[in-house]
Design a protein around this ligand. Structure first.
Ligand SMILES: O=C(O)c1cc(=O)[nH]c(=O)n1[C@@H]1O[C@H](COP(=O)(O)O)[C@@H](O)[C@H]1O
Length: 224
């Protein structure tokens, strides 16, 4: 079985992204390319990374009116990413149109509440209640819209899976025990996230900033 780890290659530097991916390729199940990489390298950069032969998770976290999101996804169609992200708070019509615009084989997943936010950040945006309740509310919305799954932290994935047993659950904000949290607030270890029901784990800096990314990826894999 292939590894549940998707390595987040958050760099504008195509050569660096390629070098890290080449080093860790036998210990990860896929590559996640996000805004930083895409802003610098665009579709041609994604195509070059796809040549490594690993599934591509294109994490652009689209969030706009339904028409704009759908047209952006149409423009991305030739890339046929394995996974594509939108924001759940864009609402049901946006999620439905995003799914309709995506290639058949692409999983459309909705970011619920960023793992860099906690309860007080949520309150500051005017949303009452806990992060946990907000994630479950958005998971229900995502499920009703017919998309494939959600992005949430390892703390919410068990509850989300209970209301959506067939959902695809992407869990970022994972840190090895005693790992540096940096800007992440809702974190678990990779093992905790997997035990709670994560379908895949997104791991960035714990691998990409390690002195030996290959060793770091192997060490995380060994805990799973
Ligand atoms: O959609 C995501 O992948 C995502 C959602 C979220 O809530 N939190 C989150 O950290 N991410 C992404 O997951 C990766 C986490 O990176 P590290 O914190 O370096 O492991 C980054 O590429 C983020 O863009």
């Amino acid at each position: 079985m292939s590894s549940p780890i998707y390595v987040a290659l958050d760099t504008p530097d195509l050569e660096r992204a390629r070098a890290i991916a080449t080093r860790v390729r036998h210990h990860v199940g896929g590559i996640k390319l996000g805004l930083e990489f895409f802003a610098a390298n665009g579709r041609s950069g994604v195509r070059e990374m796809a040549e490594l032969g690993l599934p591509i998770f294109l994490d652009l976290k689209l969030h706009d009116i339904p028409n704009t999101v759908a047209k952006a996804i149409m423009a991305l169609r030739p890339l046929e990413p394995a996974i594509l992200t939108v924001h759940a708070s864009g609402g049901r019509a946006m999620l439905e149109d995003a799914k309709a615009a995506a290639p058949q084989g692409t999983k459309v997943v909705a970011v619920t509440m960023l793992t860099s936010l906690d309860d007080s950040d949520l309150a500051a945006t005017g949303v009452a209640g806990s992060a946990h309740d907000q994630v479950i509310r958005l998971a229900e919305l995502a499920k009703a819209s017919g998309i494939d799954g959600i992005v949430c932290s390892g703390n919410e994935v068990a509850a989300a899976k209970k209301i959506w047993p067939k959902g695809f659950f992407v869990v970022p904000g994972v840190r090895p025990a005693n790992g540096e949290l940096a800007d992440q607030k809702r974190t678990t270890t990779p093992r905790q996230a997997l035990d709670a029901g994560a379908s895949i784990l997104v791991v960035g800096r714990p691998i990409t900033q390690a002195e030996d990314p290959d060793h770091a990826a192997r060490a995380i894999e060994a805990t799973l």
